[in-house]
Design a protein around this ligand. Sequence first.
Ligand code: ADP
Ligand code: MN
Ligand code: MN
Ligand code: MN
Length: 379
Amino acid sequence: MALCLKASMASVSHSSHLNKVVRQQYMSLPQGEKCQVTYIWIDGTGEGLRNKTRTLDTEPKSIDDIPEWNFDGSSTYQAEGSNSDMYLSPVSMFRDPFTLDPNKLVLCEVLKYNRLPAETNHRMSCNKVMEKVKEHCIWFGMEQEYTLLGIDGHPYGWPMNGFPQPQGPFYCGVGADRAYGRDIVECHYKACLYAGIKIYGTNAEVMPSQWEYQVGHCKGIEMGDQLWVSRFLLHRVCEDFGVVASMDPKPMKGNWNGAGCHTNVSTNQMREEGGLQYIEQAIEKLSKKHAEHIRVYDPNGGKDNIRRLTGAHETSSINDFSAGVANRGASIRIPRQVGREQKGYFEDRRPAANCDPYSVTMAIASTCLLDSEDSEESK
Ligand code: ADP
Ligand code: MN
Ligand code: MN
Ligand code: MN
């Protein structure tokens, strides 16, 4: 028993054991007129998030009240040391669920010294496409899957030597032997609601310690902004509990499900009576760009997703494009309800859990709604 306790303590971080009751004393001190603003940005890996905080004299009422800032890009894989200042350009503001009102979280775009977007800033080009296709009123909903790990990199709650029982009882499961780490899921959900994230729902996944939440529907560029901030909240909640949320698309080799980021899509035409024909048109266009899409559905040009899209475990093969009603083994699924009502949305099941939602939504919007000349231009 004592040995077992020791092993489980070793997998959670030291700082999660700091005295959180003492912390509460300071967190509840009045702060006057001042406002803490935490700037969040995507680092040079295209996956990692960074953040730092400053004080403003008064509470910002909108994003226009948040000043530009800068950071040292040589420490985030974004610049050489000799010319390392990068700009943080605020784009979207949320309430801070950790330090509470009036404090803010602010998602930023990263600009280089010459004010061009940094290599991993895909928001600017995404936004250009979303502006061009505005009349279609495109909506997205993304299903973020992730895996909880101890700080030793082993799936949270898995036996140290060996494996849990085979997959089957865990998906949407309840009970101490089925749901691993629900505290994190519930705290993240509340944090999202407080912050102003359009969180749609959550569920336990097929692999133990793997979970999902959905964000949406969101219009155009808002999808990427919301998903990135929801990921920041997840990492930050996990930090409090001393565990790690991994977006690796296939954290465990073998007979264990991978983690994706299914992307649901509709336009006003698809949502209206008889919209199925527009869904079919979009799928036809997507079928011609399969390889191009796979290259942008993970941050490493498809190299991460190749471990996940095997054709097994509710995935399609990375080499083939397929589509079908209610088919979870296809690249694109038309939900059964949508087939019946002849209108609604479709689901692209290919994006990896670690995808950049700006790249994914940009690729889908430009393939489905811009003629190829336009979409070349926007690159
Ligand atoms: P699944 O059955 O694939 O697991 P989920 O219930 O997990 O689906 O997620 C459904 C997602 O679809 C949500 O993110 C939701 O916002 C999104 N969604 C629902 N309707 C639409 C629509 N008309 N357009 C775009 N996204 C939609
Ligand atoms: Mn889902
Ligand atoms: Mn899922
Ligand atoms: Mn899905």
